[in-house]
Design a protein around this ligand. Structure first.
Ligand SMILES: Cc1cc2nc3c(=O)[nH]c(=O)nc-3n(C[C@H](O)[C@H](O)[C@H](O)COP(=O)(O)OP(=O)(O)OC[C@H]3O[C@@H](n4cnc5c(N)ncnc54)[C@H](O)[C@@H]3O)c2cc1C
Length: 400
């Protein structure tokens, strides 16, 4: 990391490194570096527990709910070091998306019931926003929730629900009342993913994995106390959540770790009689990406530090999302170029997770690279499509 860290920050970084070194094991690191989507579920839950026991599962949360009280720079160092060390990626729907909504808008009972299991990694969460006719135009959603005594009866279909097949709980946007504007009458509702009437169907993706699902809701009974905030008034909560999602979508820590990964590959791969890293055309491409990643890193830190007070947060979040998602795609493209013809082998999950063999044709850095490239075609779509983010920037930042 090229930030000018203070002596205290350097000491903090060393403390994090020492913790990662003693807590992670080689098998877990190998599996998480394969770039499989979804990542290994058991590893992820295990790592969430380890971090919880250390008090580091949700550093960015307020201290009263289990956060660490670290500065933005400390949070940044922590996340980067985790990525660099090959720690499993925690499931972010609970920790990054719903958690902040819960402690900002939830009732005391909801906070007490749902925050601790998120922190401990005991309950995983699905995000049920998009529908077949409502993605970019989210307010067009049709899933309905009709009050019936102390329950709502929910009917409808959600689409692209990431890893819904592994989740115990979901936070859903549903229409609880008809209103004059489409943004009104929408509520955010917590739904038990194992409730009668819910069917989760995995969608097979281009990388051979099933990281998203369709979720069908057929007369699902949901207690009224599962509404988050005021019924019919969830649009602001949804915008708050999506701004957090888009800021995280810059995925700057992965970008930094990917740069390192490209260097590892390019040092080992040869073009002609020299390592690829010494090829001037290749190293120029890598240097350009490195500069862009560093510029984005500074922007992410600046937004984290200043956005709530000085900028329209939604516009900043969209800028980071546009830049970050484009960079992720270019980084994986360069990684695939570095692998050359080895990238043509697409690994099945069990092969990718297997310990590296001694076949020199398939060194340990090959599994997962092509799968990641294919998966990341979607990163300019999920969390809000690229064109729509540009519309948001034009409107909020430039007033068009
Ligand atoms: C891998 C993956 C994971 C996802 N995970 C989740 C999840 O966990 N939960 C969830 O709720 N959703 C999830 N999504 C859904 C995602 O949020 C939507 O796909 C996204 O918002 C786009 O909506 P759409 O697919 O309906 O496309 P559409 O809205 O139909 O857009 C199609 C195309 O038209 C363009 N377009 C649309 N409107 C405009 C406009 N006004 N101006 C210019 N261009 C426009 C878009 O940019 C896009 O290129 C996921 C999607 C993917 C691919």
């Amino acid at each position: 990391m090229e930030l000018n860290l203070t002596p205290d920050e350097l000491a903090f970084r060393d403390q994090v490194r020492a913790f990662l070194q003693r807590s992670l094991n080689a098998d877990v690191v190998r599996r998480s570096r394969t770039g499989m989507h979804p990542p290994n579920e058991e590893d992820r839950r295990w790592w969430n527990r380890v971090l919880f026991e250390q008090g580091w599962a949700a550093p960015h949360w307020p201290v009263e709910y289990g956060g660490t009280g670290w500065s933005h720079v400390q949070n940044h160092i922590f996340e980067y070091e985790c990525k660099l060390a090959g720690a499993p990626e925690l499931r972010w729907q609970g920790l990054r998306l719903l958690g902040p909504v819960l402690y900002t808008y939830g009732s005391p009972e909801q906070k007490a019931r749902y925050l601790p299991p998120i922190l401990k990694g005991e309950e995983m969460w699905a995000q049920g926003f998009s529908e077949p006719g409502a993605g970019s135009d989210l307010a067009a959603l049709k899933t309905s929730a009709v009050r019936d005594g102390d329950h709502y009866i929910v009917n409808g279909q959600k689409l692209w629900t990431t890893e819904g097949q592994y989740c115990e709980q979901g936070f859903f946007l549903v229409r609880t009342e008809a209103a004059d504007r489409p943004q009104r009458g929408i509520s955010m509702m917590i739904i038990d993913m194992r409730a009668p009437g819910i069917t989760v169907r995995q969608i097979d993706m281009i990388n051979g994995e099933g990281s998203t699902c369709e979720v069908f809701l057929d007369n699902v009974r949901v207690p009224v106390e599962n509404i988050l905030g005021e019924p019919g008034n969830a649009w602001n909560q949804a915008k708050f959540l999506l701004a957090n999602e888009r800021t995280s979508s810059a995925d700057i820590h992965k970008a930094r770790a990917d740069l390192e990964r490209i260097r590892v590959i390019a040092r080992a791969e040869r073009r002609g009689d020299r390592p690829l890293l010494e090829d001037p055309v290749f190293s120029r491409k890598l240097a350009t990406l490195r500069l862009e990643v560093e510029a984005l890193e500074w922007s992410v830190l600046k937004v984290a530090h200043e956005a709530p007070s000085r900028h329209p947060i939604a516009a900043c979040a969209s800028v980071l999302k546009v830049r970050g998602s484009g960079l992720q795609q270019r980084l994986t493209e360069l990684m695939v170029q570095a692998l050359g013809q080895r990238s043509l082998r697409v690994y099945r999950r069990d092969e990718a997770y297997a310990p590296p063999g001694d076949d020199p044709s398939w060194p340990a850095y090959t599994p997962g690279v092509t799968a990641d490239l294919m998966y990341l075609r979607a990163c300019t779509i999920f969390g809000g499509a690229m064109e729509v983010q540009k519309n948001i920037i034009a409107k909020l930042a430039f007033g068009f």
